[in-house]
Design a protein around this ligand. Structure first.
Ligand code: CA2
Length: 150
C-alpha cells in the first residue's frame, strides 16, 4: 500500500497569488496543491493537502496525520511559525519526520520572522525557493521515508 504524506498550510496562504505577488509569486494555493500532488505521485506517495487559518485546526490535522499512520509531514505554518508552541508540541508528539517550508527567505525579512518554534521539531527547513520549495521538501521527505522515484 502506498505511503501517505500530509502537506499542511497555515494562515493566509489561501490568499496566495491574490495579494503581494512581488513577495510570494503569482501561483495560487490550488497551483501549490497541483505541484505537490504531482511531486508526491512521482515518488509513489499519496497526499493529503490542507490549509487552515485556525491554529487549533492545524493541531488537529497534525494529530490526524499520526492517527492515519501518515509517513511524514511537510508544513508551512505561515505566521504560526513564529508564535505557536501548540503546533511545535503537536509536531513533536507525532514522532513523524517533519519538513518545514517557507516560500520566502524568512532570514532576509523582519527580525521577528527569524525565529521558528516549528524548526525544533523539523528534520529540515526549506526557505526562499518560492513554491518550488514544496516540491523540494517532498523530494527530501521521500528520501527520508525511503520512497523511490518512479
Ligand atoms: O514565506 C513563507 O512561506 C511564510 O511562511 C509566509 C507567511 C509569513 O508569515 C511567514 O513569516 C513566512 C505569510 C503567509 C501569508 O501568505 C500570503 C500570501 C499572499 C498574500 C498575502 C499573504
Amino acid at each position: 500500500m502506498a505511503q501517505t504524506i500530509y502537506v499542511l498550510n497555515g494562515p493566509n496562504l489561501n490568499m496566495l497569488g491574490l495579494r503581494e505577488p512581488e513577495k510570494y509569486g503569482s501561483a495560487t494555493l490550488a497551483d501549490v496543491e497541483r505541484l505537490c500532488g504531482d511531486t508526491a505521485k512521482r515518488f509513489g506517495l499519496d497526499m493529503v493537502f490542507r490549509q487552515s487559518n485556525i491554529e487549533g485546526e492545524l493541531v488537529t490535522f497534525i494529530q490526524e496525520a499520526r492517527l492515519k499512520k501518515a509517513a511524514g509531514i511537510v508544513i508551512n505554518p505561515a505566521a504560526y511559525t513564529h508564535t505557536s508552541v501548540a503546533i511545535l508540541d503537536a509536531l513533536t508528539l507525532t514522532e513523524l519526520p517533519v519538513i518545514e517550508i517557507h516560500i520566502t527567505n524568512v532570514h532576509q525579512r523582519e527580525p521577528f520572522r527569524h525565529h521558528s518554534y516549528v524548526s525544533k521539531a523539523a528534520k529540515a527547513v526549506m526557505a526562499g525557493f518560492g513554491i518550488q520549495g514544496y516540491a523540494l521538501a517532498i523530494q527530501g521527505l521521500a528520501g527520508i521515508i525511503g520512497a523511490k522515484e518512479k
